[in-house]
Ligand binder design. Structure first.
Ligand code: AHR
Length: 500
């Protein structure tokens, strides 16, 4: 089996957006409590943040973190999480049927974000709340001083505003599971009026309207169209959310999950552009793919809800295997390929809850398999994304029909001359020989580093006892001959090769 691609430095899609490497911290399960925050832990800092998790978040290369939800935000009162801790109320979180202690709120999270060196993407509650509460939280976090709510922040210890630029106008309001679920009409009107009000306070905010919770939603496409008819002029982004899993042992379809992500992005770009055309607008709406990952959602949906209301229960702590990591690497390839329109994205979530980083309360933190392709892609994708045409054999999948066996993306950094190729082999049994023609680049390129994630056991995973069972290995056997590189991609593998 053979696949081939010719790289052309002039065929630029767009610069790599650092916001592609976003993540997500929701008040859900153990993402916040015993995830990023665990005051009693031996490695906790003076603010109660786990320094082992902070170090891993930095190593992961996360650029931006969406907060505080997720489904959680649709019932959240942000005021509960500010001011003296002992006065903060305990509340029911209906989304995850748990107890929220409010020990962590926006002031604590902003501190964590500064330590982790990440931008905050803040989601407002448009489920049970509306324009006024969105304005209030904006005043709290972004208004410099001299008003009732900004002075409250200053009294709580944050003299300077946080300057949050990127705001989500609610979460998944197309989903019947969402507290305060809405019709596209209702949501479109609310999103537009909230956006207008926020812009009156701060004109250059970047605002994200909720799009579809998955490409299989019955309102997929019509939701975006209706919402944008109302909000086109006042928002910058529409969101996409997508989770993938292997169903009933169909590994072939699962490995082709990026086909759905490509379809999702292309469909929503076309939908948004069609609305723009109807409105005779020259403005383009970009995509914030602000929830994506592998999630064994069907196991969660089939499990009974917990009877007891608990603080930080273990919820959807999925354990990821090699195939999951290959899919995650492939989803990043898809996001990068669409860098002209997908300029923000968040892997959901960061710690414990469907996460690349796991922790044990009082114990260690470790990397799941999916940590590796994310961290390497974030580290190596630099400069411009190149438009590729990959010549690859196809295979039949039950879910997506014929899918290419090899998928890839490449970046070229004009500042350093580096070229990096990211590739997956989706074949469940065979290796594929992959050749990359680099002859269009000036000068002779040589291999600077090459990495592979593959294993004889595609279901191998890491645990706290064996945290390094699945790691990246250096990818030997990359040969260059007359400007063409040839590699043999093992079955079910993800790889990255940087040339300099
Ligand atoms: O990330 C887990 C959940 O998935 C989020 O809370 C919700 O927005 C989505 O359905």
């Amino acid at each position: 089996l053979r696949a081939r691609v010719v790289l052309n430095p002039g065929a630029v899609v767009a610069p790599v957006s650092r916001r592609t490497f976003g993540s997500f911290v929701e008040h859900m399960g153990r993402c916040v409590y015993t995830g990023i925050y665990e005051p009693g832990h031996p490695l906790a800092d003076e603010d109660g943040f786990r320094t082992d998790v902070l170090a891993l978040a930095r190593e992961l290369g996360v650029s931006m973190v969406r907060y505080p939800g997720g489904n959680f935000v649709s019932g959240y009162r942000w005021e509960d999480g500010v001011g003296p801790r002992e006065q903060r109320p305990r509340r029911r979180d209906l989304a995850w049927r748990s107890i929220e202690t409010n020990e962590v709120g926006i002031d604590e999270f902003a501190k964590w974000a500064e330590k982790a060196d990440v931008e905050i993407m803040y989601a407002v509650n448009l489920g049970t709340r509306g324009v006024q509460e969105a304005l209030d939280v904006h005043e709290y976090v972004n208004h410099p001083e001299g008003t009732a709510i900004s002075e409250q922040r200053r009294a709580n210890g944050a003299e300077k505003p946080y300057g949050i630029k990127l705001w989500c106008l609610g979460n998944e309001l197309d989903g019947p599971w969402q507290t305060g679920h809405k019709t596209p009409e209702e949501y479109g009107l609310l999103a537009a009026s909230t956006a207008r009000a926020l812009r009156s306070a701060e004109p250059d905010l970047e605002l994200v309207a909720c799009g579809s919770s998955s490409s299989s939603m019955p309102t997929f496409g019509t939701w975006e169209s209706t919402v944008l008819e109302h909000a086109y002029d006042v928002v910058d982004y529409v969101s996409c959310h997508a989770y993938y899993e292997e169903h009933d042992g169909d590994l072939g379809s699962f490995l082709a999950s990026a086909v759905d992500m490509d379809f999702f992005v292309n469909s929503i770009v076309a939908t948004a552009d069609a609305v723009g055309a109807r409105l005779k607008s020259t403005k383009k709406i970009n995509i914030s793919f602000d929830e994506w990952n592998v999630w064994y959602l069907s196991r969660f949906q089939n499990a009974p809800l917990p009877e007891e209301w608990k603080v930080a229960p273990r919820v959807i702590e999925d354990r990821y295997n090699v195939a999951d990591a290959v899919v995650v690497g492939n989803l990043l390839i898809s996001l990068l390929r669409h860098s002209d329109r997908v300029t923000a994205a968040c892997q959901a979530q960061l710690v414990n809850v469907i996460a690349p980083i796991m922790t044990e309360p009082g114990g260690p933190a470790w990397k799941q398999t999916i940590f590796h392709p994310f961290a390497k892609t974030a580290a190596l994708a630099k400069g411009d994304v190149l438009r590729l045409h990959i010549d690859a054999p196809t295979y039949e999948t039950a879910k997506y029909g014929a899918a290419p066996l090899v998928d890839a993306v490449a970046t070229h950094d004009p500042a350093t001359g580096d070229v990096t190729v990211f590739a997956v082999n989706r074949d469940v049994t065979n290796p594929v020989e992959f050749s990359v023609d680099l002859s269009a680049f000036e000068g002779e390129l040589s291999v600077a580093e090459s990495w592979i994630l593959a294993d004889d056991d595609v279901y191998a995973y890491n645990t706290k006892e064996a945290p390094e069972r699945v790691e990246l290995r250096s990818f030997d056997g990359v040969t260059i001959d007359g400007g063409t590189v040839t590699v043999t991609l093992p079955k079910v593998s993800w790889s990255a090769i940087r040339f300099t």
